[in-house]
Design a protein around this ligand. Structure first.
Ligand SMILES: NC(=O)c1ccc[n+]([C@@H]2O[C@H](COP(=O)([O-])OP(=O)(O)OC[C@H]3O[C@@H](n4cnc5c(N)ncnc54)[C@H](OP(=O)(O)O)[C@@H]3O)[C@@H](O)[C@H]2O)c1
Length: 329
């Protein structure tokens, strides 16, 4: 008996060590890593009509390239027409993206969503349907909690939450009629864990998770899948166009200093998550990924660590910065 228990204990320790090593070497949650190796690849989306919002730069742009290469038929939208046109041309050069269409859509111009969907559907008569909607458009925000104007909260909620919700609400009737489809939303690790100095952004992404988790519970019977992507820090424009605490003011420094995941890698892992219809995927380098696991499975410990240990570290850095007169800390 004692011998069996010892063997079990050793097996458990070995399993935990293997899991920790795998986690340290991962840039996505372990389920996503499994599907990236053994599951469906992006080329499984060949022939699907995919609408990507916020496709003029960053993650949306690279998802477009990845899916164009995979042979998907794309509808790209954003506000900056010139940038969008460049992305469209690059998709076409890659030999993919058959039936590609660009559309200027402001995700906070809610009135424009119905006509935009009609326009896409008319275009899709050639392509037959909208199979997948990827709600990717979004905006960042950075400033101390106390310095945020309520109008900034409102703006972030309109762009990051109500925009995707409104567009999804316009696209869904079409999917419900066909009894198939997939709604994807690009949330963030900030939609799962709390992040300092990102009050409006964190709250908006938590709300995104709430809205689309709720949608999933209703869509099961209609054969419509909901995939929530939660990237960590990724190379993109987000830091350079992020708002501060004041309406109209743009942050000049990167939101997330340190290591950023390459945009094409984030796009590939997003495409894997979409192809395999995963409910949720965490896409991030470490240490953010380890934090995600800590917050998911040991929330009290993670919060305590965040508040006490990181808080003290931050205090230390600020004290040293004051002594040496460093700016921007
Ligand atoms: N990069 C990261 O570290 C990171 C991490 C986690 C989650 N995310 C999420 O990933 C998504 C994409 O962000 P990104 O990092 O790729 O940033 P990005 O390079 O700034 O791209 C944002 C995209 O959203 C579009 N957009 C912004 N406001 C819009 C509006 N009102 N109407 C329509 N389109 C709008 C932009 O196009 P136009 O300006 O041309 O309209 C652009 O194409 C966002 O939802 C973001 O929250 C990013």
């Amino acid at each position: 008996m004692v011998c069996w228990l010892s063997l079990l204990a050793i097996a458990a320790v070995v399993a935990v060590v293997v899991w920790l090593i795998a986690l340290a070497r991962s840039d996505g949650d372990l389920k996503l890593m499994f599907y990236a190796k053994f599951g469906k690849q992006p080329d499984n989306l060949a022939g699907k009509v995919v609408w990507i919002t916020g496709a003029s730069s960053g993650i949306g742009e690279y998802i477009a390239y990845c899916l164009a290469e995979a042979g998907a038929r794309l509808v790209l939208s954003a506000r900056r027409t010139e940038e969008l046109e460049k992305v469209k041309q690059k998709c076409l050069q890659q030999g993919g993206g058959g039936g590609l269409c660009g559309s200027t859509t402001d995700c906070v111009d809610f009135e424009s969503h119905k006509p935009a969907v009609q326009k896409v559907l008319e275009f899709c008569k050639i392509l037959l349907s909208i199979d997948i909607l990827i709600n990717n458009a979004g905006r960042g925000q950075r400033s101390p909690w106390m310095e945020v104007e309520l109008d900034v909260d409102r703006q972030l909620f309109e762009v990051n939450v109500l925009g995707p919700v409104s567009l999804t609400q316009q696209v869904l009737p079409h999917m419900l009629q066909r009894k198939q489809g997939q709604i994807v939303v690009v949330s963030s690790l900030a939609g799962k864990i709390s992040s300092p100095y990102l009050r409006s952004y964190t709250a908006s992404k938590h709300a995104v998770n709430g809205y689309f988790e709720s949608l999933r519970t209703e869509m099961g019977e209609h054969n419509i899948d909901v995939t929530i992507l939660c990237p960590g820090p990724v190379a993109s424009n987000i830091s350079y166009v992020a708002v501060t605490g004041k309406l109209g003011e743009v942050s000049s420094s990167p939101i997330t200093p340190g290591k950023l995941m390459p945009t094409d890698r984030c796009a590939y892992l997003s495409a894997v998550a979409i192809a395999n219809k995963l409910y949720e995927a965490w896409i991030s380098e470490n240490p953010s990924l380890v934090f995600m696991y800590l917050f998911q499975y040991f929330p009290d410990f993670a919060r305590c660590f965040m508040v006490r240990v990181l808080g003290l570290l931050l205090l230390g850095v600020k004290a040293i910065a004051t002594i040496f007169d460093w700016e921007g800390v």
